[in-house]
Design a binder for this molecule. Structure first.
Ligand SMILES: [Mg+2]
Length: 307
């Protein structure tokens, strides 16, 4: 009887040891599974919290990284859809060329003007000084201006007419902000149905005989950093305008987008909320890297505005 009891006790002890080992193993498995889940969760959060730096600047798609924190390209597209104001650079953005170069060619002064432009870029000459020296060289008369406008065809970047039209139909105010000359921009504004009052550019002066007599030095676009100043003035004008219906009563700031190909355009953000770089004519590395969204074709903007 005692033998049977001891045997039974051994069996019970053996079963208890087996159960204890199994429980410990289950706990280890559960702990490992929990750690893996935490690591996966952290990795997923990292992968989806933002776009990789190259995608943020190079215009690549962000869809594979979409998350609650949208990347810069998604934000730029959203800003474009909801924009109160869109400001376009003109030379090599709205137009497929640099208008001052074309005007200089018309005056048969292209080599001298190009040399001054190169000198300005290489020597870090102030914009106002470069502008003055080029105008001194060109000495454009009123008759030159009229002759150029009457004989020169405007060459628009492909798709820009549709972009401007789509924006205007949405109630977005469209502006032209240029370091070029107002007289070159007025026919362009008319063609795009942009009010001439929405042009920020440089004004030439002529004397009573129609000879060149200088330029308006008070225009922000005649100075370094002038595009940022011009955009700030546009924002201020719209904030105080009785016609401003955007964000009425909401207390929110205006949603302003700047579009351009140059470093001076990039400088306009801020005050612009978003900068869209355009590389359809010239691709500049600093602009491509600094842009919230970089495009080489205006159909990309058309797709967003139609969507
Ligand atoms: Mg430009």
């Amino acid at each position: 009887m005692a033998v049977r009891r001891r045997a039974l006790l051994r069996i019970v002890v053996f079963i208890l040891i087996l159960a204890s080992a199994s429980l410990a193993r289950s706990r280890r498995l559960l702990s490992a599974a929990s750690t893996t889940a935490r690591h996966m969760s952290a990795a997923l959060a990292t992968a989806t919290s933002s776009c990789p730096p190259d995608e943020q600047s190079a215009g690549a798609l962000c869809a594979s990284h979409r998350s609650a924190a949208p990347c810069r390209i998604d934000s730029a597209k959203s800003a474009l859809r909801d924009a109160d104001i869109v400001c376009f650079d003109v030379d090599s953005t709205v137009l497929t060329y640099e208008a001052i170069d074309e005007f200089a060619t018309y005056l048969d002064k292209s080599e001298g003007v190009a040399a001054l432009t190169r000198e300005a870029m290489e020597g870090g000459m102030k914009y106002e000084d470069a502008l003055e020296r080029r105008l001194q060289l060109m000495q454009p008369t009123r008759a030159d201006v009229e002759g150029f406008i009457n004989t020169h065809d405007i060459k628009l970047s492909s798709g820009i007419e549709q972009v401007v039209s789509l924006l205007q139909r949405r109630g977005t105010a469209v502006y032209l902000v240029s370091g070029g000359f107002r007289f070159l921009l007025e026919p362009l504004a008319d063609a795009l149905k942009i009010p001439r009052t929405n042009i920020y550019a440089n004004e030439l002066y002529f004397d009573t005989h129609g000879n060149y007599a200088g330029f308006d030095r008070s225009a922000p676009t005649s100075r370094d950093g002038g595009k940022a100043e011009a955009v700030a003035a546009i924002i201020q004008g719209n904030n105080t305008s009785a016609h401003n219906t955007a964000n009425k009563g909401s207390g929110k700031g205006l949603n302003v987008v700047m579009v351009g190909d140059g470093a001076t355009d990039l400088q306009a953000r801020p005050p612009a909320s978003v900068f869209i770089g355009y590389g359809g004519v010239s691709v500049r590395k600093a602009v491509k890297e600094g842009a919230d969204w970089f495009v080489t074709d205006f159909t990309e903007l058309i797709d967003v505005l139609r969507g």
